[in-house]
Design a protein around this ligand. Structure first.
Ligand SMILES: Nc1nc2c(ncn2[C@@H]2O[C@H](COP(=O)(O)OP(=O)(O)OP(=O)(O)O)[C@@H](O)[C@H]2O)c(=O)[nH]1
Length: 350
């Protein structure tokens, strides 16, 4: 039984395998080398979904513990954008659980036009092979928009119903009939749609700790993909490169082949000049492409595109790193780099 907060007896276990197989976004070892399994370690992907304004971002920030997001390192991984990693290590021994949270662009349920359909497809792609979905609604409310979002999710992935904003429900006893009603309304085929019901508040630290404990068992037993200490200076540098890469591919559409990459040549920090000022981060990065035509594509008409890539990268990094950022971008042509092992290594790929 999983009656969190002494709520009524509700379905507790999914009737399907809660540990679907999937490829980790960033292999910890070069291909062909099998890592020794570390006893007691669990690791997996968690997506947070729900209609607008139910508290997804608040929950994500509380779970990740800091407002910084990093993206997956593997060049061809566009499938998952890693928003944050939280490692809850065991007090003793090497065990514990690493939660890798993936970003899901918001679901659109109001207008069924082609753009929204395509957006929803993107979201579905992002949650297709996660290990666990946190489906967020406002406690005591389940609207048709919530039902639509739920209807889009893969039935083979365990879903927890996060009844958020519990603090706004004045009498907790009022929630029990609502949960029972939900169970009735999602009866029949959908009866065991939710693996567990978790009434909580994303703003309550104890609820967040409790949620980690609830989620852990749904993640597969496997070695952590990332270091337990989430972000180091090196990660900020890495994040800078990934942000350039993301803007590059977003602003060139499908035109630019994936054999283009980004190398961060310089990442320097200067402390704040005055009290109350932010530190300064100076970044220089090179976009490496295979052909002159690709270079022209990246630069754009009168340099417009590369300017935009730089500007959007700067804006995003300033937010993520809470710093003032200067960024210089260069484009170089290096034919065949993707086939040149030494070069691939020098660009930071294993
Ligand atoms: N009282 C209360 N308010 C909350 C809680 N969680 C989130 N909120 C508030 O609800 C509002 C929406 O929260 P967001 O985290 O932005 O919601 P979201 O689902 O990410 O919204 P979109 O970005 O529009 O999809 C904000 O004003 C939050 O402060 C909670 O547990 N209790």
């Amino acid at each position: 039984m999983n009656d969190h907060n002494d709520l009524p007896d509700l379905p507790s276990e999914p009737d399907h395998d809660p540990v679907p197989d999937h490829m980790p976004p960033m292999p910890a070892m070069p291909a062909g080398v099998q890592a020794q399994p570390i006893p007691g370690q669990r690791c997996g992907l968690v997506a947070i979904v729900g209609k607008p304004n139910v508290g997804k971002s608040t929950l994500m920030n509380a779970l990740v513990g800091q407002k910084i997001s990093i993206t997956s390192r593997k060049a061809q991984t566009t499938r998952h954008r890693i928003t944050g990693i939280r490692t809850v290590a065991d007090a003793e021994g090497p065990g514990g659980t690493q939660f890798v949270f993936v970003d899901t662009p918001g679901f659109q349920t109001r207008h069924a036009n082609a753009l929204n359909r395509s957006l929803n497809k993107t979201v579905l792609g992002a949650v297709a092979d996660v290990d666990l979905i946190l489906f967020v609604v406002e406690a005591g409310r389940f609207t048709s928009a919530d039902a639509k979002v739920l209807g889009l999710l893969d039935r083979n992935i365990p879903v927890l119903l996060i009844a958020n904003k519990l603090d706004t429900v004045l009498r907790r006893a009022d929630l029990a009939p609502w949960l029972q009603q939900m169970q009735r309304e999602h009866g029949g085929e959908a009866q065991d749609r939710f693996a567990e019901f978790v009434p909580m508040s994303a703003k309550n630290a104890k609820d967040i700790e409790r949620l980690f404990a609830i989620c852990a068992k749904y993640l597969p037993e496997q070695n952590w993909w990332y270091d337990a200490e989430e972000l180091t200076d090196r990660s900020e540098k890495f994040l800078a490169g990934e942000t350039v890469r993301e803007k590059l591919f977003r602003l060139t559409g499908d035109e630019l082949p994936y054999t283009s990459t980004v190398v961060v040549d310089k990442f320097e920090e200067e402390p704040p000049q005055k009290k109350g000022h932010k530190r300064l981060v100076k970044i220089a990065a090179t976009i490496v492409v295979e052909r002159d035509g690709h270079k022209a594509m990246v630069i754009g008409d009168k340099g417009e595109r590369i300017k935009r890539i730089g500007m959007e990268t700067r804006q995003e990094l300033e937010k993520l790193m809470d710093a003032k950022v200067f960024i210089e971008l260069w484009v170089k042509v290096r034919s065949g780099w993707a086939d040149d092992e030494a070069r691939v290594k020098s660009f930071g790929y294993e």
